[in-house]
Ligand binder design. Structure first.
Ligand code: FE
Length: 452
């Protein structure tokens, strides 16, 4: 028994599972620790949530990319371990259990006067978008107002998942079941809200406080736009030939099209755009065994973080992976050639591949905001402190907003934005929003980088 120096090792010994290659032993190792650890395995696996980005560390799964084998207890993780999604350290995590409705109701502060019987049929809050932003806001609202009517409108099924994990999901062999943390239906039940899945928001009438959708018109007291941004597609890239990966549905379709290398062989994939998403996808699909060509107009990947030499670092990390980076080129033409796709650049280079992915940045769809006449500045313009749009009963958050003309499409601000808007809507003590410099974790798992 004294060989079982850590929980992870104990678990591995018990299950005879082979530890992932390169896994480092967690801290600890004394005999006393071994006894404590073995005692600990008798308790169920716990989950821990990152305060900054919402990533959930599950002890059962570990974090193989940073060397934590499945079965590594949180207590055994070294203090300098970084959140795989956002880069903060272990001290920014706390134990996580999805709060039950009863727990949220017990927590509810009820800052607004309880509505009288006649007022109870209030339309309440309508949220457009069920990504991390929409769900975080719903959870914050429910924790503040037990009976507030909340309606969540989304074009997809509304399933709860961590979008940043899509960039590492192939190498980790994460299936849909592993990626979806809670189904939309279950989350809606838990939070006692009305979920309208597969529903498009069409237009807003700010005067009458109505949102027109493909499933009828909804009245609202407060509307929150959290519908995110779309992958931008520059003119030479036709939508019919290019994947755009900005949500779970599209990602799973791409995975199905690529198949696994074991079953259908390695595919040639060309990715246009070597920013964060393009570089992370290149890394992940290459680890999955596919052959990647990565194009960018800049001379190196992650050119935005040139000062931190990010490009040089990832190129170094990729030297043993099937990734070919071609910098300083612009795509001129994309055309179907039988089963394959041919990409021609301005300078006359040609590539023939099985799949093309456009990772050429994001843009906020403007139609909904324009229908309400909302101030627009490269995105939905919001007040930096309150996140209110130019219309008094409409807030906006997440990837669709800009503050002083700047979009900040990172995961970390979303939890803080949700707190600010929930406090404003429930008339609790205001929680002013604070614009902070973004910290970015590049999930190129062969060499994860934390950039500022
Ligand atoms: Fe995090």
């Amino acid at each position: 028994m004294n060989q079982l120096t850590t929980t992870a090792q104990a678990v591995q010994a018990m299950s005879a599972a082979r530890p992932p290659e390169g896994a480092r032993a967690p801290s600890g190792g004394s005999a006393a620790h071994a006894v404590a650890s073995v005692a600990v395995i008798l308790s169920p696996w716990q989950q821990y949530i990152c305060h900054a980005c919402g990533y959930i560390y599950n002890e059962a799964d570990g974090d193989p990319d940073s060397g934590l084998a499945a079965g590594t207890r949180f207590a055994d993780i070294p203090e300098d371990w970084a959140c795989p999604l956002c880069g903060v350290t272990k001290s920014d995590f706390e134990i996580y259990e999805p709060p039950s409705l009863d727990a949220l109701r017990a927590k509810a502060q009820g800052c607004r006067p309880v509505p009288s019987a006649g007022q109870r049929h209030q339309p309440g809050v309508v949220i457009v978008g069920a990504g991390r932003a929409g769900w975080q806001l719903a959870e914050n609202l429910r924790a503040m107002e037990a009976e507030l009517p909340i309606t969540l409108v989304t074009v997809c099924a509304g399933d709860v998942y961590d979008k940043p994990l899509l960039s590492v999901a192939m190498a980790r062999q994460l299936t849909r079941e592993k990626l979806v943390r809670e189904s939309g239906v279950d989350a809606a039940r838990r939070l006692n809200l009305r979920l309208l899945p597969h529903t498009h928001a069409i237009s807003i009438c700010a005067q009458t406080k109505q949102l027109r959708t493909t499933r009828g018109t909804l009245r609202y007291d407060q509307l929150v736009l959290a519908h995110g941004a779309q992958a931008a597609l520059p003119a030479p890239l036709p939508a019919s030939l290019c994947w755009r990966i900005n949500h779970l549905g599209a990602y799973l379709q791409l995975r199905a099209a690529l198949g696994t290398v074991d079953q259908s062989g390695a595919k040639d994939v060309l990715i246009v755009g070597a920013g964060l998403i393009g570089s992370e996808l290149a890394n992940d699909l290459a680890l999955g065994g596919h052959c990647i060509t990565l194009l960018d107009v800049q001379s190196e990947p992650l050119a935005r973080w040139q000062a931190e030499q990010a490009g040089q670092q990832v190129l170094q990390a990729w030297k043993d992976l099937p990734i070919r980076f071609v910098g300083g080129v612009k795509v001129a033409k994309v055309e179907k050639m039988g089963q394959r796709i041919r990409i021609s650049t301005d300078c006359g280079q040609q590539f023939e591949v099985d799949q093309v992915i456009a990772a050429t940045g994001l843009q906020t769809p403007s139609r909904l905001a324009q229908s309400a006449g909302l101030a627009w500045q490269n995105g939905i313009a919001v007040d930096p402190l309150t996140l209110r749009t130019s219309s008094p009963a409409i807030h906006a958050m997440g990837d669709c907003i800009t503050i002083n003309g700047q979009a900040s499409r990172f995961i970390e601000p979303i939890a803080r934005q949700a707190k600010t808007i929930a406090a404003a809507i429930t008339a609790c003590t205001p929680v002013p929003y604070e614009v902070r410099p973004a910290m970015v974790r590049v999930k190129t798992s062969s060499r994860p980088l934390t950039l500022h």
